[in-house]
Structures are given as structure tokens and as C-alpha cells.
Design a protein. Structure first.
Length: 103
């Protein structure tokens, strides 16, 4: 389930980056338009973008930290139980071979 959550988080981060980039482009495109109301809206949008970027950076750091932690746990397990790791790898390879051989 964690793998699915990590993939979902990574997809969400990528999508959010696109939204932020589009919003920044929209702000640049409307920079020439005058008016107090437009300036106020643009200012609020820039503030919200700054907050969103900070949260995005935090989310990215959390995903990276989790991936490193999972990698370290796998590395520790393999070092502590090398024969189990070899057995698991052989079993997975055998199952893949069976599935591929049936086609």
C-alpha cells in the first residue's frame, strides 16, 4: 500500500508543479493589465503560490526521505539475511519464468 501512496504522492507533486507553473505564467501574462482590483487579485495569487511552493517542497522532501528510508531498510535486510534475500530473488525469478514460459 505504501508503494501506491508514494506513486500517488509523486504524481500529485508532478501535477501540482504543472499547476504552479501555469499559474505563474498567467500572472506574468496579466501583469500589464491595470486596475486596483486586478493588482489585489494578482497579489493574493502570488501569496498563495508562494505558500503552495513551500508545501510542495515539503511534500517532495517527505517522499524522498521515505524512499531513502525504504531503500536503507531493504539494504539492511539483505545484509542481515543474505540467504533469505537470495531465496526470495530465486523464487521471484522462478515465478516470472513460469509466467513467461506459459505464453
Amino acid at each position: 500500500m505504501n508503494e501506491v501512496q508514494d506513486v500517488t504522492k509523486e504524481k500529485l507533486i508532478a501535477d501540482f508543479k504543472l499547476v504552479v507553473a501555469d499559474a505563474e505564467e498567467l500572472l506574468r501574462a496579466t501583469a500589464g493589465q491595470a486596475g486596483d482590483k486586478m493588482a489585489e487579485i494578482r497579489g493574493r495569487a502570488q501569496e498563495h503560490l508562494a505558500v503552495a511552493k513551500a508545501k510542495l517542497a515539503d511534500a517532495e522532501e517527505a517522499v524522498i526521505a521515505r524512499a531513502k528510508q525504504a531503500g536503507q531498510a531493504a539494504d539492511d535486510y539483505v545484509h542481515e539475511n543474505p540467504w533469505h534475500a537470495v531465496g526470495i530473488g530465486a523464487g521471484v525469478g522462478f515465478l516470472i519464468g513460469l509466467l513467461v514460459g506459459r505464453r
